[in-house]
Design a protein around this ligand. Structure first.
Ligand code: ATP
Length: 201
């Protein structure tokens, strides 16, 4: 089985940026956010179950899931939220496993923003955490999403603490520096993971 390196970090820490750098080495990147959308695409058992539960009103005119309507429907509705999680989480995990099996690079990257919160590091052989000082994290996210700092801080508060995430890590990549510093760090980690991947048939 291919060695699986989990990649996580808080909002705006640089997960996508880091994953893109690994992808340049032709490492297969499996992205939980992409999979979470795929399991509710039209025609999937995931979307069918949601329609059966909430009615066809939950769809946009083009037949795709109206995500903002779904968010509103589950807001403050704990049992419904739990129902949705118990539907989607197994579908997401199953699809992740399928993609890991299909990976052809010496090791693959499994990117999951809420890896530590959902305890999904059990699916990985090694966990890489992107760490960044909160001040930089808030500033970069604010700039990227054109939102105010309070909005970013609210999301931060709902995520695992930096300490908890870092404590779960095998490797920590500090992303306080510029893109060249980051590229060099990824280059070193890539060599390290290539070495380690030889242990995985
Ligand atoms: P999210 O969890 O919110 O999807 P993320 O962890 O994937 O975020 P990125 O989108 O990769 O984070 O990075 C957040 C923002 O910070 C982006 O606009 C990105 O271009 C920028 N960024 C990332 N790393 C650096 C860096 N080393 N120097 C400057 N800007 C950076």
């Amino acid at each position: 089985m291919t060695m699986v390196v989990g990649l996580t970090g808080g909002i705006g820490s640089g997960k996508t940026t880091v994953a893109d750098l690994f992808a340049k080495y032709e490492i297969n990147v499996i992205d939980a956010d992409v999979i979470a959308r795929e399991v509710v695409e039209p025609g999937t058992p995931g979307l069918t179950a949601i329609i059966n539960k909430l009615g066809a009103d939950i769809l946009l005119a083009d037949g795709t899931l109206d995500r903002s309507k779904l968010r509103q429907a589950i807001f403050n509705q704990q049992p419904l939220k739990e129902w949705l999680n118990s539907l989607l989480h197994p579908l997401i995990r199953e699809k992740m496993q399928d993609e890991i099996k299909k990976a052809t690079s010496p090791y693959c990257l499994l990117v999951v923003p809420l890896m530590v919160e959902k305890n999904l590091q059990v699916m990985t052989h090694r966990l890489l955490v992107v760490d960044v000082d909160e001040e930089i994290q808030v500033a970069r996210t604010q700039q990227r999403d054109q939102v105010d700092p309070e909005h970013v801080k609210k999301i931060l508060a709902a995520q695992a603490s930096r300490e908890k995430r870092n404590a779960a890590a095998d490797d920590i990549i500090c992303n306080n520096g510029d893109s060249t510093v980051l590229e060099n760090k990824v280059a070193k980690l890539h060599q390290q993971y290539l070495e380690m991947s030889r242990l995985y048939p």
